[in-house]
Write a protein of this length. Structure first.
Length: 133
Protein backbone atom coordinates (compact mmCIF):
# COMPACT_ATOMS: atom_id res chain seq x y z
CA UNK A 1 0.00 0.00 0.00
CA UNK A 2 3.01 2.27 0.15
CA UNK A 3 2.50 5.73 -1.29
CA UNK A 4 3.62 9.13 -0.12
CA UNK A 5 2.00 9.92 3.28
CA UNK A 6 0.27 13.00 1.83
CA UNK A 7 -1.33 10.83 -0.84
CA UNK A 8 -2.48 8.33 1.78
CA UNK A 9 -3.93 11.13 3.92
CA UNK A 10 -5.83 12.37 0.89
CA UNK A 11 -7.10 8.85 0.22
CA UNK A 12 -8.20 8.55 3.83
CA UNK A 13 -10.15 11.81 3.51
CA UNK A 14 -11.83 10.59 0.31
CA UNK A 15 -12.90 7.31 1.93
CA UNK A 16 -14.07 9.10 5.08
CA UNK A 17 -16.12 11.58 3.04
CA UNK A 18 -17.68 8.63 1.20
CA UNK A 19 -18.33 6.93 4.57
CA UNK A 20 -16.32 3.91 3.45
CA UNK A 21 -15.01 3.34 6.93
CA UNK A 22 -13.38 -0.06 6.39
CA UNK A 23 -11.07 1.35 3.73
CA UNK A 24 -10.52 4.53 5.75
CA UNK A 25 -9.54 2.38 8.75
CA UNK A 26 -7.09 0.36 6.67
CA UNK A 27 -5.31 3.47 5.40
CA UNK A 28 -5.32 5.22 8.78
CA UNK A 29 -3.95 2.12 10.52
CA UNK A 30 -1.17 1.88 7.96
CA UNK A 31 -0.30 5.56 8.49
CA UNK A 32 -0.35 5.05 12.26
CA UNK A 33 2.17 2.21 11.93
CA UNK A 34 4.39 3.98 9.43
CA UNK A 35 4.35 7.43 11.04
CA UNK A 36 4.17 6.85 14.81
CA UNK A 37 5.43 10.36 15.56
CA UNK A 38 2.34 11.89 13.92
CA UNK A 39 -1.13 11.73 15.42
CA UNK A 40 -3.04 11.73 12.13
CA UNK A 41 -3.07 7.99 11.47
CA UNK A 42 -4.00 6.94 14.98
CA UNK A 43 -6.60 9.65 15.41
CA UNK A 44 -8.24 8.88 12.09
CA UNK A 45 -8.10 5.14 12.80
CA UNK A 46 -9.95 5.78 16.07
CA UNK A 47 -12.57 7.84 14.26
CA UNK A 48 -13.04 5.07 11.68
CA UNK A 49 -13.35 2.46 14.43
CA UNK A 50 -16.01 4.57 16.10
CA UNK A 51 -17.90 4.99 12.83
CA UNK A 52 -17.79 1.21 12.41
CA UNK A 53 -19.45 0.79 15.81
CA UNK A 54 -16.22 -0.26 17.50
CA UNK A 55 -16.24 2.62 19.96
CA UNK A 56 -14.53 0.79 22.81
CA UNK A 57 -11.57 0.07 20.49
CA UNK A 58 -11.60 3.70 19.35
CA UNK A 59 -11.43 4.84 22.96
CA UNK A 60 -8.53 2.50 23.76
CA UNK A 61 -6.56 3.76 20.75
CA UNK A 62 -7.30 7.41 21.56
CA UNK A 63 -6.23 6.97 25.19
CA UNK A 64 -2.79 5.97 23.96
CA UNK A 65 -2.62 8.98 21.66
CA UNK A 66 -3.73 11.63 24.13
CA UNK A 67 -0.68 11.04 26.32
CA UNK A 68 1.70 11.05 23.35
CA UNK A 69 0.25 14.23 21.84
CA UNK A 70 -0.86 16.28 24.87
CA UNK A 71 -1.24 19.61 23.04
CA UNK A 72 -3.80 18.47 20.47
CA UNK A 73 -7.29 19.42 21.55
CA UNK A 74 -9.04 17.10 19.08
CA UNK A 75 -7.76 13.98 20.85
CA UNK A 76 -9.45 14.66 24.22
CA UNK A 77 -12.45 16.00 22.29
CA UNK A 78 -12.80 12.69 20.45
CA UNK A 79 -12.36 10.83 23.73
CA UNK A 80 -15.28 12.88 25.11
CA UNK A 81 -17.36 11.74 22.15
CA UNK A 82 -16.42 8.07 22.57
CA UNK A 83 -17.08 8.14 26.31
CA UNK A 84 -20.43 9.88 25.82
CA UNK A 85 -21.47 7.20 23.33
CA UNK A 86 -20.37 4.48 25.75
CA UNK A 87 -22.47 6.04 28.53
CA UNK A 88 -19.39 7.07 30.52
CA UNK A 89 -20.63 10.59 31.14
CA UNK A 90 -18.29 11.62 33.96
CA UNK A 91 -15.30 10.61 31.86
CA UNK A 92 -16.82 12.33 28.81
CA UNK A 93 -17.15 15.54 30.82
CA UNK A 94 -13.51 15.24 31.95
CA UNK A 95 -12.26 14.86 28.37
CA UNK A 96 -14.45 17.67 27.05
CA UNK A 97 -13.04 19.99 29.74
CA UNK A 98 -9.52 18.90 28.75
CA UNK A 99 -10.26 19.73 25.11
CA UNK A 100 -11.65 23.14 26.11
CA UNK A 101 -8.53 23.85 28.16
CA UNK A 102 -6.45 23.38 25.01
CA UNK A 103 -8.79 25.16 22.57
CA UNK A 104 -11.86 26.76 24.13
CA UNK A 105 -13.39 28.07 20.91
CA UNK A 106 -12.65 25.00 18.81
CA UNK A 107 -14.06 22.56 21.34
CA UNK A 108 -17.19 24.64 21.97
CA UNK A 109 -17.86 25.12 18.27
CA UNK A 110 -17.36 21.44 17.51
CA UNK A 111 -19.40 20.31 20.50
CA UNK A 112 -22.49 22.41 19.91
CA UNK A 113 -23.92 20.25 17.15
CA UNK A 114 -21.98 17.01 17.54
CA UNK A 115 -24.49 14.17 17.84
CA UNK A 116 -21.90 12.04 19.64
CA UNK A 117 -22.01 14.45 22.59
CA UNK A 118 -25.80 14.49 22.97
CA UNK A 119 -25.72 11.97 25.86
CA UNK A 120 -23.31 14.28 27.71
CA UNK A 121 -25.48 17.36 27.18
CA UNK A 122 -28.62 15.46 28.16
CA UNK A 123 -26.90 14.10 31.28
CA UNK A 124 -25.74 17.57 32.27
CA UNK A 125 -29.19 19.03 31.59
CA UNK A 126 -30.87 16.32 33.70
CA UNK A 127 -28.44 16.93 36.57
CA UNK A 128 -28.86 20.71 36.40
CA UNK A 129 -32.63 20.45 36.06
CA UNK A 130 -32.94 18.05 39.02
CA UNK A 131 -30.75 20.29 41.22
CA UNK A 132 -32.67 23.45 40.41
CA UNK A 133 -36.12 21.87 40.23
Amino acid sequence: MWAHPQVLKLRYNVYAAAKQWNMALEIASFLHQQLPDESFGGNQAAIALHKLGRTQEAKALALGLVTRFPKQWDLPYNLACYCAQLGELKEAEHWFKAARALNEDGAKRAGIEDPDLVPLWEGMWDTTWKKSG
